[in-house]
Design a protein around this ligand. Structure first.
Ligand SMILES: Cc1cc2nc3c(=O)[nH]c(=O)nc-3n(C[C@H](O)[C@H](O)[C@H](O)COP(=O)(O)OP(=O)(O)OC[C@H]3O[C@@H](n4cnc5c(N)ncnc54)[C@H](O)[C@@H]3O)c2cc1C
Length: 409
């Protein structure tokens, strides 16, 4: 029998993240939505807490740093969630969900919890994990010439003695101005195609690295999104993640592996925002005298209640798909299909639920009196970055039909 209750240890860490979301994020959510690019100083208190928690071995709060499952740190209750190991990915997922319930822009700004941290956790050697375990890493893949087609990386990395020399431009880098390190995708030999794309950890103070500008955006305004320039940027030779060898047979697998960890996390962010909108909507509908019944068929209820039930079912489905993808990552089961499924479902559900909530709440939903309109704006990015809706569906189709990327584009 499947028991879908969360293990005690994960519940405690998720509760802690929820408290942070409620007590720190929600009260400042509108403030930083209206003050784009202003650094949320309240996060410094959080950073100190996160540091303390990391030192004491407790799970981190925000979640994006998740990644590698560590058996010594995992819960092993066969009767609990799906059995087996619940490690770093599951914990990171729940924490990302809870903090995003508070404010996803602020969640993306939590120091030391960048998407690059998840990439490091996924592919770093033990020695690198020691060196980069406590950095704040953003993730720089996208370039002016491509977004979805990550095999088109044109930033170059050339070995010069004991250093890699990087040249290129990276755009739309989340936390690109504030992070202490940037995980940069670059090619070591363009003629060898996607197999030559590697990821490199670039420290903020590396010579040749600069921030060209910050983007103005529709939502997640608390999060800094930067354009980065790498001009003869020099980093130590051993800052390459994974093997420097170009294995044409293995192809893209090395760097793509990071998506198996990060996509369920982004799904969790969308699920967190969707839950926030559902809770707010329930309270508005209840206040307006609309009863949401779980005992009456939806077609016999108020139209708004029927819509609510449909959205809640989608929310539950998205949640369970994300849990499965993270659990598989923790248990070292290949999860590319499930990671993309969870991201596609959650990205869709997040935008649908938040915008429908605006609609059903009417003028109040569209006004700034509640956070509904903000969540409608914030959630769209979660259906775009780390692979758009269409790209996730493409990956799912390829996996199910057994087609290669050349066969199904
Ligand atoms: C706020 C924000 C933060 C971001 N943060 C980061 C970050 O931290 N690091 C990073 O590297 N990047 C980041 N990005 C970039 C993001 O990952 C890309 O925007 C995304 O991958 C889509 O790429 P694109 O914008 O070039 O769109 P395109 O790839 O040009 O796609 C345009 C449209 O065409 C569709 N499409 C593309 N190819 C196909 C296909 N084969 N079949 C069907 N449809 C297709 C897409 O789904 C999309 O709807 C961020 C972007 C934003 C807006």
């Amino acid at each position: 029998m499947i028991n879908l209750e969360l293990p005690k240890k994960l519940r405690a860490s998720a509760n802690q993240a929820h408290q942070v979301a409620q007590e720190i994020f929600r009260p400042i959510s509108r403030k930083y939505d209206l003050a784009e690019h202003e650094y949320p100083v309240e996060l410094d208190t959080m950073a100190a807490m996160v540091e303390g928690l990391a030192d004491s071995g407790t799970q981190k709060i925000g979640g994006a740093a998740g990644g590698r499952s560590d058996d010594s740190d995992s819960d092993r209750h066969a009767t609990e969630l799906l059995g087996n190991t619940n490690g770093g990915n599951m914990s990171a997922l729940l924490n990302a969900l809870e903090t995003s319930w508070g404010d996803v822009g602020l969640m993306l700004s939590i120091p030391y919890q960048g998407l690059g941290n998840a990439a490091i956790a996924a592919v770093a050697t033990d020695e690198q994990l020691k060196r980069f375990g406590k950095v704040w890493a953003s993730m720089a893949i996208t370039e002016p010439s491509f977004g979805s087609d990550s095999a088109a990386v044109s930033t170059t990395a050339v070995l010069d003695g004991d250093e890699w020399v990087l040249n290129g431009e990276k755009i739309f880098v989340t936390a690109g101005q504030r992070s202490t390190h940037i995980v940069v995708w670059a090619t070591v030999d363009k003629s060898l195609g996607r197999a030559a794309i590697k990821s490199f950890v670039v420290p903020r103070d590396a010579p040749g690295l600069s921030v060209a500008r910050l983007e103005h955006k529709l939502g997640i305004k608390a999060s800094d999104t930067a354009v980065l320039l790498l001009q003869d940027c020099r980093i130590p030779k051993d800052n390459i993640l994974g093997s420097p060898e170009v294995n044409v047979e293995k192809g893209f697998a090395g760097v793509m592996q990071t998506f198996d960890n990060t996509r369920p996390l982004v799904a969790a962010m969308a699920i967190g925002v969707a839950r926030a909108a559902l809770e707010e909507l329930r309270s508005i509908l209840t206040g307006a005298g609309v009863e949401i019944s779980y005992d009456t068929p939806a077609n016999n209820q108020h139209a708004a209640a029927a819509e609510f039930l449909r959205m809640e079912a989608d929310y539950e489905a998205a949640y369970l798909l994300a849990l499965r993808a993270a659990w598989m990552a923790d248990n070292k089961k290949p999860n590319s299909l499930e990671a993309s499924m969870s991201k596609a479902k959650a990205g869709r559900t997040g935008t649908d639920v938040t915008l429908k909530a605006v609609e059903l709440a009417g003028a109040i939903g569209y006004s700034q009196r509640t956070l509904l309109e903000k969540w409608g704006r914030d959630s769209k990015i979660l259906d775009i970055f780390e692979g758009t809706q269409q790209i996730q569906q493409l990956i799912v189709a390829r996996r199910i039909l057994g087609k290669t990327s050349a066969e199904l584009k």
